[in-house]
Write a protein that binds this ligand. Structure first.
Ligand SMILES: [Fe+2]
Length: 295
């Protein structure tokens, strides 16, 4: 096996273009530098301070069960036996973003791709593409939860199907992933909590998503989410709130083909909007929102 590369977006004269890696690589754990381990440790410690009382208990408990610590970057080979024994998932190392279909295929087979490299200290607060901290700290703990683990597999299967239908079906599913797996909130007896990986791996958004008056917080609605645009350059303007993980899994049970047909005739909803039909938990003040560049 060749030594793993670090594959990232590239700057060209037409702007930034994504570069995709395809292969599965061995995590080159011995090549991590002291700085790499320090970056992990700093981010880990910071998030573990912010997340109690903000992230859902399932996330925190699962992270403890995986025995991740601030001491050093975890080894995939130490995490895999625990994950495998709990829900049958396993981590595979990758060099960067995967092409969509390859990514979905991994999920459908209960493999979660984790970028092997970690951000540099100068990008500690923000990096535009997934790195090891986002993937491992953010995504992996909830794969220990049996219902969430099933949801992720069902998502992978659904997305493989959507890929064979058309661009719009795929966009509908990308939005679902964005507003659940990456940026989802969950209602619990103790109050509103975070489960989305994009949030739990960001200090700023962990606080903002729950405590700022600016964004909307709206009850989960599958078709509504599938029609909603999102922001990739700022904190989210709307968050969607599930009641529990069963709700998420149940929502992916029906055949999505008739849903894609219905949604094809509807126009997309801007990220900042609320609708008459929404179950609005908090109507955002939209303070500081820019109005361009929804995706
Ligand atoms: Fe992610």
């Amino acid at each position: 096996m060749n030594s793993p590369r670090r594959v990232q977006h590239q700057q060209t004269d037409r702007g930034t273009i994504p570069v995709y890696a395809t292969g599965v690589v061995e995590q080159p754990w011995d090549t991590y530098t002291k700085t790499d381990h320090q970056v992990w440790g700093q981010l880990f410690a910071r998030q573990r301070e912010v997340l109690p009382g903000r992230a859902c208990q399932e996330f925190l408990d699962s992270q403890n069960a995986l025995q991740m610590t601030a001491e050093a970057i975890p080894k995939f080979s130490d995490l895999n036996p625990i994950l495998k024994a709990t829900t049958g998932w396993e981590l595979v190392g990758v060099e960067g973003l995967l092409p969509e279909f390859t990514f979905f295929e991994h999920l459908a087979n209960r493999r979660f791709p984790v970028t092997w490299w970690i951000r540099a200290p100068e990008h500690i607060d923000y990096i535009s593409e997934p790195d090891l901290f986002h993937d491992l700290f953010g995504h992996v703990p909830l794969l220990m939860n049996p219902i969430f683990a099933d949801y992720m597999e069902a998502y992978g299967r659904g997305a493989m199907k959507a890929h064979g239908i058309n661009e719009q079906a795929l966009l509908n599913l990308t939005r679902l992933y964005w507003y659940t797996v990456e940026f989802g909130l969950i209602q619990t007896a103790a109050g509103l909590r975070i489960y989305g990986s994009g949030i739990v791996s960001s200090k700023g958004e962990s606080i903002y998503c729950l405590e700022s008056d600016a964004p909307n917080r709206i009850g989960f609605d599958l078709e509504r989410i599938m029609s909603t645009q999102y922001r990739i350059d700022t904190f989210q303007q709307s968050y969607f709130v599930i009641n529990d993980f069963e709700q998420l899994f149940e929502a992916t049970r029906p055949d999505f083909a008739p849903i894609y047909d219905r949604l094809a005739d509807r126009s997309s909803i801007p990220a900042r909007e609320t609708l008459e039909s929404d179950r609005v938990l908090h109507r955002g003040t939209r303070e500081g929102f820019s109005t361009d560049a929804d995706t």
